[in-house]
Design a protein around this ligand. Structure first.
Ligand SMILES: *[C@@H]1O[C@H](CO)[C@@H](O)[C@H](O)[C@H]1NC(C)=O
Length: 346
């Protein structure tokens, strides 16, 4: 009788009792099992609802964060005023022998990698300042010291590019400026370009570093010439042209090695395009020329008169479209982008 055999020995009532116990335990077991199913059933069916609740909660949280952010972020920037309220007019310039690069860096905290954007308004123009350079560190330091605050007072979006000629071949200012234009456009679509000599420091911030409908010449006078225009038609030192104006004249000639002539060549190009050179009032367009002797490697270009005689014939082929060079390095320093370039030799 196997399993039931011991039951035979107990009484009839006892048998029923054992059966009842068995039945109850089976029922209890079913109950726990179905209880779990009910529980898990509830768990599963509840999940989507919980998720929906969490989602609504998240949406609510998001709108809340957005709302508080809206309160925290300033209203959208408006265009900077026609005339900056920060201008100071004629300033006394200082050229302290003790000036250090780190001082200029800490004076210009709003500048990153040579670039600045006005914090409270949208600048009216985006301007790239191009400075051709070779071993004139002191001049560069003085210029950066004055130019950064000067441009910030004008509420411009700007960046300063210093284009260094590698090697010791004769200096070629014009070709370096062509390189500066091409390299700066790789960073940003600048509307306006300022071609700037390293030794000229502007004295009056009403001399605006912005471009106009026509090319602009910003140096009417300098202390070295008694603040008179060097000669009629002079277009050197500091000039401003839009991206399009400069492209239209095919940039500078690449063929002027040594000092002089390249700025007259640019004037001829501008005049050939029937453009007219604008100048700010003489009392504003004033510069201090920091003293220096002629650098070796930038001797007077004795060939310049001959070159100027052929500008009309060659300008279409000699300029931005024929400017070949090798970029050695592009360093993003705190106060300027330092482009070192091999432009070949005469
Ligand atoms: C112009 O001013 C600068 C800075 O003071 C000075 O180094 C330079 O010698 C001055 N030039 C003339 C011709 O006065």
């Amino acid at each position: 009788m196997g399993f039931f055999s011991p039951l035979c020995k107990i009484s009839r009532r006892g048998k029923y009792f054992v059966l009842l116990l068995l039945l109850l335990s089976v029922l209890a077991w079913i109950a726990t099992f179905s209880g779990e199913t009910v529980k898990s059933g509830r768990f599963f069916s509840a999940t989507p609802q919980t998720l929906i609740k969490e989602d609504t909660l998240r949406v609510k949280v998001n709108t809340w964060t957005e709302a508080t952010n809206l309160l925290k972020t300033p209203p959208p920037k408006v265009e900077c005023p026609q005339e900056s309220p920060l201008l100071q007019g004629a300033l006394k310039l200082s050229f302290e022998a003790s000036l250090k690069l780190k001082d200029v860096v800490s004076d210009n905290k709003g500048v990153t990698e040579g670039e600045y954007t006005p914090p409270d308004c949208t600048a009216r123009q985006s301007v790239a300042i191009l400075i051709p350079h070779r071993s004139r560190e002191r001049h560069l330091l003085y210029l950066l010291h004055h130019l950064h605050p000067f441009l910030q007072r004008q509420q411009l979006h700007y960046a300063i590019y210093v284009i260094q000629q590698a090697g010791d071949a004769t200096f070629n200012r014009a070709k370096l400026l062509n390189v500066g234009y091409l390299e700066a456009l790789k960073d940003y679509s600048w509307e306006c370009f300022i071609f700037h000599d390293v030794d000229l420091v502007p004295e009056n911030d009403h001399n605006l570093y912005v471009c106009d409908k026509q090319p602009k010449h910003l140096v009417v006078g300098r202390n070295a010439t008694g603040y008179k225009l060097r000669y009629k038609g002079y277009f050197g030192g500091v000039t401003a042209m839009t991206r399009e104006q400069f492209l239209q004249v095919n940039g500078f000639s690449n063929t002027y090695w040594g000092w002089g002539g390249e700025d007259d060549d640019l004037r001829i190009r501008v005049e050939l395009q029937k453009m007219k050179i604008l100048r700010p009032p003489a009392d504003v367009a004033r510069y201090t020329m920091v003293f220096h002797k002629r650098d070796s490697g930038n001797e007077i270009n004795k060939d310049r008169m001959r070159l100027l005689g052929r500008t009309q014939q060659v300008w279409r082929k000699d300029g931005l479209n024929s400017c070949s060079y090798k970029t050695m390095s592009v360093e993003r320093l705190p106060l300027y982008v330092n482009v070192t370039v091999d432009i070949g030799k005469p």
